[in-house]
Write a new protein. Structure first.
Length: 160
């Protein structure tokens, strides 16, 4: 029963991270953001709010993914001696992509997002909003790719 709950939490975290990123970056962002517009973006604009909410959501989802994955591995460590050859090679590749997605998400949430936060207190940072949002969208796409690849590697690992 515990394994089922942990796997459910693990899969739901992957769905929230990947699904939220796809919705915001692929479906909604092109409709609300015009890169050629000369309008200044502030903390009340839709593109700003989208990325401001997406970055911590993906970060927390990745924390839950990592935590539930580690817990599952620790809970089932005795069954790991019967795995087929090549399991740990594929798991290592998956973990590299998970670590990359986590570090990119960490940088977006606590590095880039902090640069353009509290514009009412730091009005000199208004010029940084558009380039920072575009950088966050680009890094969000790379993070999404790493999450999707790691998810498919996890699905592939179930055959072992």
């Amino acid at each position: 029963m515990t394994d089922t709950i942990i796997m459910f939490v693990h899969l739901m975290a992957a769905v929230v991270a990947a699904g939220g990123s796809v919705f915001v970056l692929v479906l909604f962002w092109p409709r609300v953001y015009d890169p050629k517009s000369s309008d200044s973006l502030d903390e009340h604009s839709v593109p700003y709010k989208l990325i401001e909410l997406l970055a911590p959501t993906v970060f927390v989802s990745l924390l839950v993914l990592i935590g539930s994955g580690v817990y599952y591995m620790m809970e089932n460590y005795t069954e790991q001696v019967n795995l087929k050859e090549g399991y740990y090679n594929i798991l290592g590749i998956k973990l590299i992509f998970v670590a990359g997605a986590f570090l990119l998400s960490l940088y977006q949430t606590f590095g880039l997002r902090a640069q353009i936060a509290h514009l009412d207190l730091r009005p000199e940072n208004r010029a940084l909003v558009r380039p920072t949002l575009e950088k966050m969208k680009y890094l969000g796409g790379i993070t999404l790719g790493a999450i999707v690849f790691a998810t498919f590697m996890g699905v592939y690992l179930t055959r072992f």
